[in-house]
Design a protein around this ligand. Structure first.
Ligand code: PLP
Length: 383
C-alpha cells in the first residue's frame, strides 16, 4: 500500500514513541499526586507544556492540553461564545470551508444558545480575503474562527491580516491550525491570534491528544468541569505519555520543517503539473501557490470521488476525497460547494497528501495509474 493520505493522519515518529514509552511504564504516576511518582509525571507534563509554548512563542500557562483537535476547536468556540454572552456580543463569524469541528460546533451553539452565526464567504480558492473579513465583522461580533490551512484544498489563509482586522473591532480571533502545524510557522505572536487549535496526529504525534493556545486574558468558559486540571479550562487527569509525545512531535516538526518541506514540495508539484496536463477535465482545488507544501487536491468532472478512492485502494494507493471524516457522503463536501463547484465537478474530488516516507517512485507509480482509473470511473459514471 502506498500511503498518500498524510493529512488524514500520520504514523507516529520513532523518536516520539521513544519519548512516550517511559510514561507508560516506570513513570506512570498521576501528575496531580503528591508523591514522587506523581511529581515525576507532573515534571514531564510541565516540560511538554514548555516545549509547546516555545514552538508557539507563548507562555506555558497559555497552553491547554486536550484530547484532540476537535476538542480544541470545541473549547475555543463554546468557551469564547459562552463567556461573551455577558458582554452582549453574540455574533460568531466563521466559514463554510472550516472543518466540521468548527462548523458543526457553530451550528450547535446557534441551536443551543441562540448564537448569531455569520458565514464569511471564501473565494474560489477557498481563501478568506481581507475584504470578506471587513465586510463581515462588526462591534457585536464576539469571535471569528478562520483556519490557518484548509484540510480539503490546502489553502493557507492570511490569518495575521484577518486577526488584525478582527482586533480593530475588539473581537476574539481563533484559528484552527490542526493541518497547518506540520509545515507552517505557528508562532502566535506573528499570527496575532487569541486562540489556536492543534491536534497531534497530523504532525507525526499520537492520535487522541491536542492543545489549545489561550492568550492570557481571553475570556473562556470552562469546558469540562472536575478536578481543576489544565488551569480549570479542561478538567480530567492528563494523558501524560501522549502529551509528552505531542510535544516531541511538535518540536521535531519545527526543527525539521525546512527539510520536510524540501522533501515533499517537489513531489507535490510533480503531481499537480502532470495531473492537470494529462487528465482531461481536471482542475486543481485550492490556491495554486498559497497552499500546504505536501498537499495536492483536484476535482475531476463526472467522476464519483468515492468510487475513485475505492479503485485507488484496490490499485494499492491510500488517498482521500477531502476530509477524513466525510466517508459515505454522496453530496459534494461543504468545502467544494463553498468554493463554488457544481455537483458534476464537486463530487469528483481527490486529495493526495505526501509525507516523510513518500518517494519519487510512489509518485511515479501513482501518476501512471491515475489516468486509467479516472477514465474507468467516468465510464461507470455514464452508465
Ligand atoms: N481541524 C482540521 C482542519 C482538521 O483537518 C482536523 C482533522 O482532520 C480536525 C480539526 C480534527 O482534528 P482531530 O482529528 O485531532 O480531532
Amino acid at each position: 500500500m502506498i500511503y498518500m493520505d498524510y493529512a488524514a493522519t500520520t504514523p507516529v515518529h520513532p523518536r516520539v514513541i521513544e519519548a512516550m514509552v517511559p510514561y507508560f511504564r516506570e513513570a506512570f504516576g498521576n501528575p496531580s499526586s503528591v508523591h514522587r511518582l506523581g511529581q515525576k509525571a507532573e515534571a514531564a507534563l510541565e516540560r511538554a507544556r514548555e516545549t509547546v509554548a516555545s514552538v508557539l512563542n507563548c507562555r506555558p500557562d497559555e497552553v491547554v492540553f486536550t484530547s484532540c483537535g476537535t476538542e480544541s476547536d470545541n473549547l475555543a468556540l463554546r468557551g469564547a461564545m459562552l463567556a461573551a454572552r455577558k458582554n452582549n456580543r453574540n455574533w460568531l463569524l466563521t466559514t463554510r470551508a472550516e472543518h466540521p469541528a468548527v462548523t458543526k460546533t457553530a451550528q450547535q451553539l446557534e441551536k443551543e444558545f441562540g448564537t448569531l452565526l455569520e458565514w464569511i464567504p471564501v473565494d474560489s480558492n477557498g481563501m478568506v480575503t481581507e475584504d470578506a473579513m471587513r465586510g463581515a465583522v462588526c462591534n457585536a461580533t464576539a469571535l471569528a474562527s478562520v483556519m490557518l490551512a484548509n484540510n480539503e484544498v490546502g489553502t493557507i489563509n492570511p490569518v495575521a491580516d484577518l486577526a488584525q482586522i478582527g482586533h480593530s473591532h475588539g473581537i476574539i480571533f481563533h484559528t484552527d491550525a490542526v493541518q497547518a502545524a506540520a509545515y507552517l510557522d505557528v508562532d502566535v505572536q506573528k499570527l496575532g491570534v487569541d486562540l489556536l487549535s492543534l491536534g497531534g496526529h497530523k504532525f507525526y504525534g499520537p492520535k487522541g491528544v491536542g492543545a489549545l493556545y489561550i492568550k492570557k486574558g481571553t475570556e473562556i468558559a470552562p469546558h469540562i468541569t472536575g478536578g481543576g486540571q489544565e488551569f480549570n479550562f479542561r478538567a480530567g487527569t492528563q494523558n501524560v505519555p501522549y502529551i509528552v509525545g505531542f510535544a516531541e512531535a511538535l518540536r521535531l516538526a519545527k526543527e525539521e520543517r525546512e527539510e520536510r518541506t524540501a522533501h515533499v514540495k517537489p513531489l507535490r508539484d510533480q503531481i499537480i503539473g502532470r495531473v492537470l496536463e494529462e487528465i482531461p477535465d481536471s482542475r486543481l482545488t485550492g490556491h495554486p501557490e498559497q497552499r500546504l507544501p505536501q498537499h495536492a487536491s483536484f476535482v475531476f468532472k463526472d467522476v464519483d470521488g468515492n468510487l475513485l478512492l475505492q479503485m485507488l485502494d484496490a490499485a494499492g494507493f491510500a488517498c482521500s476525497s477531502g476530509s477524513a471524516c466525510k466517508t459515505g457522503n454522496p453530496e459534494p463536501s461543504e468545502v467544494m460547494s463553498a468554493i463554488g463547484l457544481s455537483r458534476e465537478w464537486g463530487l469528483g474530488s481527490l486529495r493526495i497528501t505526501l509525507g516523510m516516507d513518500s518517494t519519487a517512485e510512489h509518485v511515479d507509480s501513482f501518476l501512471r495509474t491515475l489516468p486509467n482509473l479516472i477514465a474507468n470511473a467516468r465510464k461507470l459514471n455514464h452508465r
